[in-house]
Design a protein around this ligand. Sequence first.
Ligand code: ATP
Ligand code: MG
Length: 365
Amino acid sequence: MVLSQLKLQNFRNISSLSMRADPKVNVIFGDNAQGKTNLLESVFFLSCVKSLHAKKEAELVKFCESDAMILANILSHRRDFEIRINLSATKKRQIFVNSIKQNKLLDYVGLVQTVLFSPSDLNLMRSGPSARRRFVNIALSQLKPKYLQVLSQYQKVLDEKNKLLKQAEIPDMLLDVYNERLAVLGASVISYRAAFLENLATHAKTIHGEMSQTKEDFTAVYQTDRYAEPLIGDEKAVSEAIYRHFCERKIVEIDSRICLVGPHRDDLDCLINGSSVRQFASQGQTRTAVLALKLAERNLFFEAMGEYPILLLDDVLSELDSKRQDFVLNQITNGQVFITSCDPSAEKLSRSGKIFTMKQGILSE
Ligand code: ATP
Ligand code: MG
Protein backbone atom coordinates (compact mmCIF):
# COMPACT_ATOMS: atom_id res chain seq x y z
CA MET A 1 0.00 0.00 0.00
CA VAL A 2 1.38 3.37 -1.03
CA LEU A 3 0.33 6.92 -0.22
CA SER A 4 1.31 8.75 -3.39
CA GLN A 5 0.01 12.20 -2.60
CA LEU A 6 -1.07 13.98 0.56
CA LYS A 7 -2.74 17.37 0.82
CA LEU A 8 -3.62 19.05 4.10
CA GLN A 9 -5.51 22.20 4.92
CA ASN A 10 -5.68 23.72 8.38
CA PHE A 11 -4.64 20.43 9.98
CA ARG A 12 -3.19 21.36 13.41
CA ASN A 13 -0.35 23.88 12.74
CA ILE A 14 -0.27 23.09 8.99
CA SER A 15 -2.23 25.69 6.98
CA SER A 16 -1.56 24.19 3.60
CA LEU A 17 0.58 21.25 2.53
CA SER A 18 1.01 19.30 -0.67
CA MET A 19 3.34 16.32 -0.60
CA ARG A 20 4.29 13.92 -3.38
CA ALA A 21 5.57 11.02 -1.36
CA ASP A 22 8.23 8.54 -2.36
CA PRO A 23 6.83 5.02 -2.70
CA LYS A 24 9.62 3.79 -0.41
CA VAL A 25 11.32 6.08 2.10
CA ASN A 26 10.23 9.56 3.18
CA VAL A 27 12.30 11.30 5.84
CA ILE A 28 10.91 14.48 7.41
CA PHE A 29 13.45 16.58 9.27
CA GLY A 30 12.78 19.64 11.37
CA ASP A 31 13.32 21.31 14.72
CA ASN A 32 11.00 20.70 17.65
CA ALA A 33 7.40 21.86 17.38
CA GLN A 34 7.40 22.41 13.59
CA GLY A 35 4.64 19.98 12.59
CA LYS A 36 6.40 16.66 11.86
CA THR A 37 4.24 14.60 14.21
CA ASN A 38 1.17 16.50 12.99
CA LEU A 39 1.92 15.32 9.44
CA LEU A 40 2.19 11.69 10.56
CA GLU A 41 -0.96 12.09 12.62
CA SER A 42 -2.89 13.06 9.50
CA VAL A 43 -1.85 9.79 7.82
CA PHE A 44 -2.64 7.83 10.99
CA PHE A 45 -6.05 9.51 11.04
CA LEU A 46 -6.70 8.33 7.47
CA SER A 47 -6.29 4.74 8.64
CA CYS A 48 -7.90 4.67 12.08
CA VAL A 49 -10.08 7.82 12.05
CA LYS A 50 -8.59 8.39 15.49
CA SER A 51 -6.25 11.08 16.70
CA LEU A 52 -2.91 10.25 18.29
CA HIS A 53 -3.49 12.40 21.37
CA ALA A 54 -6.55 14.60 20.94
CA LYS A 55 -9.67 13.74 22.88
CA LYS A 56 -11.84 15.67 20.44
CA GLU A 57 -11.48 15.74 16.67
CA ALA A 58 -12.04 19.52 16.80
CA GLU A 59 -8.51 19.80 18.27
CA LEU A 60 -7.16 18.69 14.89
CA VAL A 61 -8.49 21.84 13.22
CA LYS A 62 -5.99 24.71 13.18
CA PHE A 63 -6.57 27.26 15.95
CA CYS A 64 -8.99 30.01 14.89
CA GLU A 65 -10.13 28.07 11.78
CA SER A 66 -13.48 26.35 11.35
CA ASP A 67 -12.60 23.49 8.97
CA ALA A 68 -9.70 21.23 8.07
CA MET A 69 -9.14 18.72 5.29
CA ILE A 70 -7.00 15.65 4.66
CA LEU A 71 -6.83 14.56 1.03
CA ALA A 72 -4.84 11.47 0.06
CA ASN A 73 -4.25 9.30 -2.97
CA ILE A 74 -3.68 5.70 -1.99
CA LEU A 75 -2.56 2.87 -4.23
CA SER A 76 -3.64 -0.51 -2.90
CA HIS A 77 -3.76 -3.85 -4.73
CA ARG A 78 -3.30 -1.96 -8.03
CA ARG A 79 -6.33 0.23 -7.36
CA ASP A 80 -6.29 3.98 -6.81
CA PHE A 81 -8.36 5.58 -4.09
CA GLU A 82 -8.82 9.24 -3.43
CA ILE A 83 -9.76 9.77 0.18
CA ARG A 84 -10.97 13.07 1.53
CA ILE A 85 -11.73 13.70 5.17
CA ASN A 86 -13.39 16.98 6.09
CA LEU A 87 -12.96 17.94 9.72
CA SER A 88 -14.82 20.68 11.46
CA ALA A 89 -14.43 22.55 14.72
CA THR A 90 -18.15 22.25 15.35
CA LYS A 91 -19.67 19.58 13.09
CA LYS A 92 -19.17 15.85 12.57
CA ARG A 93 -16.43 14.77 10.19
CA GLN A 94 -17.21 13.54 6.68
CA ILE A 95 -15.28 10.89 4.76
CA PHE A 96 -15.33 10.48 0.98
CA VAL A 97 -13.74 7.66 -1.01
CA ASN A 98 -13.53 8.46 -4.73
CA SER A 99 -16.08 11.23 -4.02
CA ILE A 100 -18.57 8.78 -2.48
CA LYS A 101 -19.59 9.71 1.03
CA GLN A 102 -18.94 6.97 3.60
CA ASN A 103 -21.87 6.71 5.96
CA LYS A 104 -20.63 3.78 8.04
CA LEU A 105 -17.26 4.13 9.71
CA LEU A 106 -16.92 0.34 9.95
CA ASP A 107 -17.14 0.04 6.16
CA TYR A 108 -14.35 2.58 5.75
CA VAL A 109 -11.86 1.52 8.45
CA GLY A 110 -9.39 -0.97 7.01
CA LEU A 111 -9.09 0.71 3.61
CA VAL A 112 -5.88 2.47 4.64
CA GLN A 113 -3.58 0.49 6.89
CA THR A 114 -0.75 1.91 8.94
CA VAL A 115 1.65 0.64 11.55
CA LEU A 116 2.80 3.47 13.79
CA PHE A 117 5.76 3.83 16.11
CA SER A 118 5.41 6.85 18.35
CA PRO A 119 7.59 7.70 21.37
CA SER A 120 4.69 6.83 23.68
CA ASP A 121 4.96 3.25 22.41
CA LEU A 122 8.09 2.91 24.56
CA ASN A 123 5.56 2.33 27.34
CA LEU A 124 5.02 -1.04 25.69
CA MET A 125 8.25 -2.13 27.35
CA ARG A 126 8.32 0.25 30.30
CA SER A 127 4.84 -0.03 31.78
CA GLY A 128 2.84 -2.92 33.12
CA PRO A 129 1.16 -5.78 31.21
CA SER A 130 -1.95 -3.81 30.21
CA ALA A 131 0.01 -1.79 27.58
CA ARG A 132 1.27 -5.02 26.01
CA ARG A 133 -2.18 -6.63 26.09
CA ARG A 134 -3.55 -3.51 24.37
CA PHE A 135 -0.90 -3.79 21.63
CA VAL A 136 -1.73 -7.47 21.08
CA ASN A 137 -5.49 -6.84 21.16
CA ILE A 138 -5.36 -4.02 18.61
CA ALA A 139 -2.99 -5.77 16.20
CA LEU A 140 -4.81 -9.09 16.42
CA SER A 141 -8.27 -7.51 16.05
CA GLN A 142 -7.17 -5.93 12.78
CA LEU A 143 -5.80 -9.20 11.46
CA LYS A 144 -8.58 -11.46 12.77
CA PRO A 145 -11.93 -9.69 13.25
CA LYS A 146 -13.27 -12.94 14.82
CA TYR A 147 -10.79 -12.42 17.67
CA LEU A 148 -12.36 -9.05 18.46
CA GLN A 149 -15.76 -10.77 18.72
CA VAL A 150 -14.46 -13.44 21.10
CA LEU A 151 -12.58 -10.85 23.16
CA SER A 152 -15.69 -8.64 23.48
CA GLN A 153 -17.77 -11.63 24.60
CA TYR A 154 -15.09 -12.54 27.14
CA GLN A 155 -14.95 -8.96 28.43
CA LYS A 156 -18.74 -8.83 28.74
CA VAL A 157 -18.93 -12.04 30.83
CA LEU A 158 -15.93 -10.89 32.88
CA ASP A 159 -17.69 -7.59 33.67
CA GLU A 160 -20.81 -9.51 34.72
CA LYS A 161 -18.77 -11.86 36.93
CA ASN A 162 -16.98 -8.91 38.57
CA LYS A 163 -20.34 -7.25 39.21
CA LEU A 164 -21.57 -10.45 40.82
CA LEU A 165 -18.45 -10.71 42.99
CA LYS A 166 -19.22 -7.25 44.36
CA GLN A 167 -22.71 -8.25 45.54
CA ALA A 168 -23.36 -8.95 49.23
CA GLU A 169 -24.93 -12.34 48.40
CA ILE A 170 -23.24 -14.39 45.67
CA PRO A 171 -25.33 -17.28 44.33
CA ASP A 172 -22.88 -20.17 43.87
CA MET A 173 -24.68 -21.58 40.84
CA LEU A 174 -24.62 -18.29 38.97
CA LEU A 175 -20.92 -17.82 39.72
CA ASP A 176 -20.33 -21.29 38.31
CA VAL A 177 -22.25 -20.45 35.12
CA TYR A 178 -19.99 -17.40 34.60
CA ASN A 179 -16.87 -19.44 35.38
CA GLU A 180 -17.74 -22.12 32.83
CA ARG A 181 -18.48 -19.54 30.13
CA LEU A 182 -15.35 -17.52 30.94
CA ALA A 183 -13.18 -20.63 30.83
CA VAL A 184 -14.38 -21.49 27.30
CA LEU A 185 -14.10 -17.93 25.96
CA GLY A 186 -10.79 -17.40 27.79
CA ALA A 187 -9.29 -20.51 26.18
CA SER A 188 -10.32 -19.18 22.78
CA VAL A 189 -8.72 -15.76 23.49
CA ILE A 190 -5.52 -17.50 24.60
CA SER A 191 -5.47 -19.72 21.54
CA TYR A 192 -5.70 -16.71 19.17
CA ARG A 193 -3.07 -14.77 21.11
CA ALA A 194 -0.62 -17.66 21.40
CA ALA A 195 -0.67 -18.39 17.65
CA PHE A 196 -0.34 -14.68 16.81
CA LEU A 197 2.49 -14.11 19.28
CA GLU A 198 4.46 -17.13 18.17
CA ASN A 199 4.47 -15.78 14.62
CA LEU A 200 5.12 -12.20 15.79
CA ALA A 201 8.01 -13.28 18.01
CA THR A 202 9.68 -15.21 15.17
CA HIS A 203 9.62 -12.12 12.92
CA ALA A 204 10.65 -9.79 15.76
CA LYS A 205 13.65 -12.00 16.61
CA THR A 206 14.95 -11.88 13.02
CA ILE A 207 14.41 -8.11 12.70
CA HIS A 208 15.99 -7.45 16.09
CA GLY A 209 19.00 -9.58 15.08
CA GLU A 210 19.43 -7.48 11.92
CA MET A 211 19.14 -4.19 13.83
CA SER A 212 21.58 -5.16 16.55
CA GLN A 213 23.79 -6.98 14.02
CA THR A 214 23.11 -10.24 15.91
CA LYS A 215 24.83 -8.97 19.05
CA GLU A 216 21.57 -9.40 20.94
CA ASP A 217 18.99 -12.14 21.06
CA PHE A 218 15.40 -10.94 21.41
CA THR A 219 12.61 -13.23 22.55
CA ALA A 220 8.96 -12.50 23.23
CA VAL A 221 6.89 -15.13 25.02
CA TYR A 222 3.22 -15.25 25.90
CA GLN A 223 2.67 -15.56 29.64
CA THR A 224 -0.54 -16.86 31.14
CA ASP A 225 0.23 -16.47 34.82
CA ARG A 226 1.40 -20.11 34.63
CA TYR A 227 -2.11 -21.59 34.84
CA ALA A 228 -2.27 -22.78 31.26
CA GLU A 229 1.17 -22.40 29.69
CA PRO A 230 2.07 -26.08 29.25
CA LEU A 231 -1.34 -26.72 27.68
CA ILE A 232 -1.30 -24.02 24.98
CA GLY A 233 -2.30 -25.52 21.65
CA ASP A 234 -5.05 -27.65 23.18
CA GLU A 235 -8.00 -25.28 23.63
CA LYS A 236 -10.13 -27.78 25.57
CA ALA A 237 -7.31 -28.52 28.03
CA VAL A 238 -6.69 -24.78 28.52
CA SER A 239 -10.40 -24.23 29.16
CA GLU A 240 -10.40 -27.02 31.77
CA ALA A 241 -7.26 -25.57 33.41
CA ILE A 242 -8.88 -22.12 33.69
CA TYR A 243 -12.03 -23.65 35.15
CA ARG A 244 -9.97 -25.66 37.67
CA HIS A 245 -8.23 -22.44 38.70
CA PHE A 246 -11.57 -20.69 39.16
CA CYS A 247 -12.71 -23.54 41.46
CA GLU A 248 -9.45 -23.54 43.46
CA ARG A 249 -9.50 -19.76 43.92
CA LYS A 250 -13.21 -19.29 44.45
CA ILE A 251 -12.85 -18.23 48.10
CA VAL A 252 -9.97 -15.85 47.31
CA GLU A 253 -11.98 -14.31 44.44
CA ILE A 254 -15.03 -13.86 46.67
CA ASP A 255 -12.82 -12.27 49.35
CA SER A 256 -11.07 -9.92 46.94
CA ARG A 257 -14.34 -9.25 45.02
CA ILE A 258 -12.62 -9.46 41.64
CA CYS A 259 -11.86 -12.13 39.04
CA LEU A 260 -8.19 -13.01 39.52
CA VAL A 261 -7.55 -15.57 36.79
CA GLY A 262 -7.74 -15.40 33.02
CA PRO A 263 -6.36 -13.83 29.86
CA HIS A 264 -7.31 -10.34 31.09
CA ARG A 265 -4.24 -10.65 33.32
CA ASP A 266 -1.84 -12.23 30.81
CA ASP A 267 1.35 -10.66 29.54
CA LEU A 268 3.90 -10.69 26.77
CA ASP A 269 7.32 -11.25 28.29
CA CYS A 270 10.11 -9.57 26.28
CA LEU A 271 13.74 -10.54 26.87
CA ILE A 272 17.09 -9.47 25.44
CA ASN A 273 19.81 -12.07 25.90
CA GLY A 274 17.59 -13.69 28.51
CA SER A 275 17.07 -10.55 30.64
CA SER A 276 13.76 -8.77 30.99
CA VAL A 277 13.58 -5.69 28.72
CA ARG A 278 11.36 -3.91 31.23
CA GLN A 279 13.82 -4.35 34.11
CA PHE A 280 17.23 -4.27 32.48
CA ALA A 281 17.23 -2.81 28.94
CA SER A 282 18.98 0.47 28.09
CA GLN A 283 17.05 3.25 26.32
CA GLY A 284 18.35 2.25 22.89
CA GLN A 285 17.65 -1.43 23.59
CA THR A 286 14.09 -0.61 24.69
CA ARG A 287 13.53 1.41 21.52
CA THR A 288 14.98 -1.37 19.35
CA ALA A 289 12.73 -3.96 21.02
CA VAL A 290 9.57 -1.89 20.45
CA LEU A 291 10.59 -1.21 16.88
CA ALA A 292 11.23 -4.92 16.27
CA LEU A 293 7.70 -5.72 17.50
CA LYS A 294 6.18 -3.02 15.27
CA LEU A 295 8.12 -4.16 12.20
CA ALA A 296 7.12 -7.75 12.97
CA GLU A 297 3.48 -6.62 13.13
CA ARG A 298 3.95 -5.09 9.71
CA ASN A 299 5.27 -8.41 8.34
CA LEU A 300 2.20 -10.21 9.71
CA PHE A 301 -0.01 -7.69 7.90
CA PHE A 302 1.89 -8.49 4.74
CA GLU A 303 1.36 -12.24 5.22
CA ALA A 304 -2.37 -11.69 5.76
CA MET A 305 -3.13 -8.96 3.22
CA GLY A 306 -0.50 -9.42 0.53
CA GLU A 307 0.84 -5.86 0.89
CA TYR A 308 2.67 -3.86 3.52
CA PRO A 309 0.79 -1.27 5.54
CA ILE A 310 2.20 2.28 5.52
CA LEU A 311 4.85 2.51 8.22
CA LEU A 312 4.89 5.69 10.32
CA LEU A 313 7.98 6.12 12.47
CA ASP A 314 7.76 9.20 14.67
CA ASP A 315 11.02 10.29 16.25
CA VAL A 316 12.35 6.75 16.17
CA LEU A 317 16.00 7.61 15.50
CA SER A 318 16.93 9.36 18.74
CA GLU A 319 18.79 7.15 21.24
CA LEU A 320 19.77 4.75 18.44
CA ASP A 321 23.44 4.36 17.50
CA SER A 322 24.49 4.98 13.89
CA LYS A 323 24.23 1.29 12.92
CA ARG A 324 20.66 1.03 14.21
CA GLN A 325 19.80 4.37 12.57
CA ASP A 326 21.23 3.03 9.31
CA PHE A 327 18.94 0.02 9.61
CA VAL A 328 15.85 2.22 10.04
CA LEU A 329 16.79 4.61 7.24
CA ASN A 330 18.19 2.20 4.68
CA GLN A 331 17.28 -1.41 5.41
CA ILE A 332 13.49 -1.23 5.50
CA THR A 333 13.31 -1.65 1.75
CA ASN A 334 9.87 -3.20 1.36
CA GLY A 335 6.74 -1.11 1.68
CA GLN A 336 6.44 2.63 2.25
CA VAL A 337 7.79 4.40 5.31
CA PHE A 338 7.54 7.92 6.72
CA ILE A 339 10.23 8.78 9.28
CA THR A 340 10.40 11.99 11.29
CA SER A 341 13.54 13.20 12.99
CA CYS A 342 15.05 16.33 14.49
CA ASP A 343 18.57 14.87 14.37
CA PRO A 344 20.41 16.53 11.41
CA SER A 345 23.19 13.92 11.52
CA ALA A 346 20.68 11.30 10.38
CA GLU A 347 20.27 13.26 7.12
CA LYS A 348 23.77 12.19 6.15
CA LEU A 349 22.95 8.54 6.84
CA SER A 350 19.88 8.46 4.60
CA ARG A 351 20.80 6.99 1.22
CA SER A 352 17.48 6.53 -0.53
CA GLY A 353 14.03 8.03 -0.96
CA LYS A 354 12.96 11.62 -0.42
CA ILE A 355 14.03 14.05 2.26
CA PHE A 356 11.67 16.78 3.37
CA THR A 357 12.04 19.64 5.83
CA MET A 358 9.22 20.86 8.05
CA LYS A 359 9.42 24.44 9.30
CA GLN A 360 6.53 26.19 11.04
CA GLY A 361 4.02 23.91 9.36
CA ILE A 362 5.53 24.38 5.88
CA LEU A 363 6.95 21.32 4.14
CA SER A 364 9.67 21.59 1.54
CA GLU A 365 11.48 18.85 -0.38
P1 ATP B 1 9.00 17.49 18.05
O1 ATP B 1 10.29 17.34 17.30
O2 ATP B 1 9.19 18.26 19.28
O3 ATP B 1 8.27 16.22 18.24
P2 ATP B 1 7.07 18.19 15.95
O4 ATP B 1 7.65 18.84 14.72
O5 ATP B 1 6.72 16.78 15.85
O6 ATP B 1 8.07 18.48 17.15
P3 ATP B 1 4.28 18.67 16.37
O7 ATP B 1 3.93 17.74 17.45
O8 ATP B 1 3.92 18.25 15.00
O9 ATP B 1 5.82 19.06 16.42
O10 ATP B 1 3.59 20.06 16.77
C1 ATP B 1 3.88 21.29 16.14
C2 ATP B 1 3.06 22.38 16.75
O11 ATP B 1 1.69 22.26 16.39
C3 ATP B 1 3.07 22.45 18.28
O12 ATP B 1 3.75 23.61 18.70
C4 ATP B 1 1.60 22.51 18.66
O13 ATP B 1 1.34 23.47 19.65
C5 ATP B 1 0.95 22.92 17.36
N1 ATP B 1 -0.47 22.55 17.28
C6 ATP B 1 -1.06 21.43 17.74
N2 ATP B 1 -2.39 21.43 17.48
C7 ATP B 1 -2.63 22.61 16.85
C8 ATP B 1 -3.80 23.21 16.33
N3 ATP B 1 -5.00 22.61 16.40
N4 ATP B 1 -3.68 24.43 15.74
C9 ATP B 1 -2.48 25.04 15.65
N5 ATP B 1 -1.35 24.52 16.13
C10 ATP B 1 -1.40 23.31 16.72
MG1 MG C 1 7.04 15.17 17.12
